[in-house]
Design a protein around this ligand. Structure first.
Ligand code: UDP
Length: 336
């Protein structure tokens, strides 16, 4: 039985990944500073799986706190979610974002070298592609300059991995997520945005729940069929499973190079209006929304070519858009 250190494991994607890892027989150690999550997520994970993961409250950007974990626990692989993730905030506090996100990744890698740990899965993002010239986009498409410090930290960690994995002591897989939404079907874990949400789905569910007055659709004059932006929304549980198969690939020695990249999306593009329609259908709630100005920095449309993940990881997203919006609504409803 292999033990995986999941950094940021009480966060949104991290917690769902812990559940999937445990259900496939992995032992899990969560390390999280709880800056953007809560300790009771550990109880909720235990409720779902019947297994309590080891939980360590630690600031992994601090060298000593990070090293102490490796000195006291046996670890076979790492999945690195711990990072600041708000695009807008990253423009206001770029130095904090670089310090935190890069230092965490470096501390993990330094300790892997020190302890002879081989396998690293990095939470990356489709933001590395910028505005694609064509869709669907595959992993060979060149990355574009980032439009925010947050996106830049994702690119920089991929670049760091490029050189750190050269010697072959460490093998890494970077999973480039498209737009994760939804929640576990038990509604015991889900996304907990701090304050006013930036992302579409929490804004929709909070508006439907009466916590926000109205959703503003950012732009309806884009060159898309209905004028609103298109994204590849993926159920967080499907995304979580991609991490498990990435880890399996490492332990079964199936990596084809020291650093591999995979797009993790569904391969389908949906517009903002498609999302609203799906939400209204599954929830039975009429959403109060209006059209507003375009949001600065938004790409017009992007969706994934997932051929490589299907072929190499044997992974494919299974849950539908309606399942995504319904699970997000169930999660919102139990929060109140
Ligand atoms: N969006 C919107 N209103 C909101 C939040 C988001 O219209 O209050 C749109 C946004 O312009 C984009 C899509 O929803 O087209 C997804 O945005 P989100 O912030 O969830 O993810 P992103 O793709 O920016 O990472």
């Amino acid at each position: 039985m292999k033990t995986i250190l999941v950094t940021g494991g009480t966060g949104y994607i991290g917690s769902h990944t812990v559940v999937e890892l445990q259900s496939k027989g992995y032992e899990v150690i969560i390390a999280d500073n709880l800056a953007n999550s809560s300790a009771d997520v550990v109880d909720r994970i235990e409720k779902i799986t019947g297994i309590r993961p080891v939980f360590i409250k630690a600031d992994l950007s601090k060298e000593q706190e990070a090293a102490a974990i490796f000195d006291t626990h046996h670890i076979d692989g790492i999945i690195n979610f711990a990072a600041y993730k708000a695009v807008g905030e990253s423009c206001e506090k770029p130095i904090e974002y670089y310090q935190n996100n890069l230092q965490i990744a470096l501390n993990m890698l330094a300790n892997m070298k020190r302890m002879g740990i081989q396998y690293f899965v990095q939470s990356s993002s489709c933001t590395v592609y910028g505005e694609p010239k064509h869709n669907p986009i595959n992993e060979d498409c060149p990355t574009m300059p980032a439009t925010s410090p947050y996106g830049n930290t994702k690119q920089m960690v991929e670049e760091i991995l490029h050189f750190v994995t050269k010697s072959g002591d460490i093998k890494a897989i970077a999973l480039r997520y498209f737009n994760p939404i939804g929640a576990h079907h038990t509604a015991l874990i889900g996304e907990l945005p701090n304050g006013i949400p930036n992302n579409l789905i929490p804004y929709i569910t909070q508006t439907a729940a009466g916590l926000r007055q109205q959703l503003t659709v950012f732009g309806n004059d884009y060159p898309t069929p209905d004028g609103t932006c298109i994204r590849d929304y993926i159920h967080v549980v499907d995304l979580a499973k991609a991490h498990v198969v990435a880890m399996d690939r490492c332990f079964e020695n199936r990596n084809k190079s020291n650093l591999e990249y995979f797009n993790i999306g569904t391969g389908n593009g949906f517009s903002v209006l498609d999302i609203i329609r799906s939400f209204e259908k599954v929830s039975g709630v009429k959403l109060n929304y209006c059209f507003g100005k375009r949001r600065e920095g938004d790409v017009v449309q992007i969706w994934a070519d997932t051929t490589l993940a299907e072929k190499e990881l044997g992974w494919k997203a299974e849950l539908s858009l309606d399942q995504m919006t319904l699970s997000a609504w169930h999660w919102q409803q139990q929060l109140q």
